[in-house]
Design a protein around this ligand. Structure first.
Ligand SMILES: Cc1cc2nc3c(=O)[nH]c(=O)nc-3n(C[C@H](O)[C@H](O)[C@H](O)COP(=O)(O)OP(=O)(O)OC[C@H]3O[C@@H](n4cnc5c(N)ncnc54)[C@H](O)[C@@H]3O)c2cc1C
Length: 335
């Protein structure tokens, strides 16, 4: 069955900024077979809406959040290949994997959103990202009006990016299933200093302990409601760009990011531009985590977007670095 609400539906419950935005219709397929027909009507494709900023009245939105289920495709003593539907909630999926003895995803505990959205954004946290676990992605391609299976090597997974964000694919390819390869042996990744310091040293071999440690760190750092997590990506600079930034900010932290490139924490640039706690209407740069913009309760979309643009401008003026949004901006489309 497909639930479709039309004539203007409030999207507040369908995205994490919780803004008072409506959509002309919200299409919610519950079975994969419904996707091709509903896709003909859809303008935007979303999952759980934890990485989007809808900027005004939305046209027709299709969410894959109700496509649920999983099945084991192959299994041996080392690992398992499992196919999971795009609408499974990511954190619930991580818990299910731990409970079944399938490992690797523990550091990605507590990331909001769906499995489909996780692939599009190539989610990452605490020293790992989704890409190495990906085997293939299946979905409905609206351009060719057919189902397609894309192997991981062709998914162009990068830092918070994938093939599915490119203009020929975004809103054209509706991910319905994802195949992941997980390990049966638990090998904790403790490279992130916070995680290594906080984890109970007597339970390091317990995947639930890693899961709970990551959740605890996240809940201290991030607001539970009214945001889309990090608003901006951490900028990746060339050696020359880093040298020019260091001339203005000798103590700027940086980390190697591939040959000849360096990642700089956007939170540091925003904080040191004096923007922590800065407000525009009902939007605020989070007081503990300046990379996050929050709806304090009364924000309208233009408050969030206006503040994001202000942050972008101020950081550029001060440091000469252009911050790129990690959040996808959904612009109203006149129909
Ligand atoms: C408090 C908070 C903390 C967060 N922390 C992290 C973090 O630590 N690391 C991290 O990487 N992210 C983080 N995020 C961002 C967000 O959780 C992830 O990007 C998440 O994977 C988005 O999933 P979603 O289902 O909500 O996608 P949506 O926000 O609904 O969509 C995101 C993008 O994916 C596309 N999309 C979604 N589903 C499909 C589909 N089935 N087919 C085709 N396209 C689709 C949309 O068109 C859009 O471009 C955080 C967000 C919040 C609110």
């Amino acid at each position: 069955m497909c639930a479709a609400a039309s004539g203007g539906i409030l999207l507040r419950e369908y995205h994490t900024f919780s803004l008072p935005v409506t959509a002309k219709a919200l299409l919610l397929p519950t079975r994969e077979e419904e996707v091709p027909t509903l896709a003909r009507r859809a303008d935007y494709i979303i999952g759980e809406g934890s990485n989007i900023l809808p900027l005004g009245p939305m046209p027709v939105v299709l969410s894959t959040r109700d496509l649920k289920g999983y099945k084991v495709r192959a299994e041996n003593t080392d690992g398992v290949e499992v196919e999971v539907f795009a609408g499974e909630n990511w954190d619930a999926w991580v818990r299910l994997c731990i409970a079944r003895g399938w490992h690797g995803l523990e550091n990605l505990a507590g990331i909001p959103g769906s499995v489909g959205g996780a692939v599009v954004q190539n989610i990452g946290a605490y020293g790992i990202e989704l890409a190495p676990f990906l085997v293939e992605v299946r979905g409905w391609n609206r351009r060719i009006e057919d189902w397609q299976t894309i192997p991981a090597e062709a998914c162009e997974m990068g830092y918070r990016t994938s093939l599915f964000q490119k203009s020929a694919w975004q809103d054209q390819f509706i991910i319905t299933r994802v195949v992941l390869r997980l390990k049966k042996r638990f090998e904790p990744v403790l490279s992130y200093p916070d995680v290594n310091q906080r984890i109970d040293s007597t339970r390091k071999q317990d995947p639930w302990c890693l899961y709970e440690t990551v959740r605890a760190i996240r809940s201290e750092k991030l607001p539970s409601q009214g945001s889309a997590g990090s608003f901006f990506k951490n900028p990746v600079l060339s050696e020359a760009e880093l040298a020019s930034l260091k001339a203005k900010a000798p103590d700027v932290p940086f980390y190697p990011h591939g040959a000849g490139f360096f990642k700089v924490p956007a939170a540091w640039l925003i904080d040191r531009a004096g923007l922590k706690g800065y407000r525009v209407g009902g939007a605020q740069v989070h007081v503990r985590q300046p990379l996050v913009i929050v709806n304090t309760g009364s924000a309208i979309p233009q408050d969030i977007w206006g503040l994001a643009q202000y942050v972008q401008t101020k950081v550029y003026e001060k440091w000469g670095v252009l911050l790129e949004p990690e959040v996808r901006i959904l612009f109203p489309i006149e129909r």
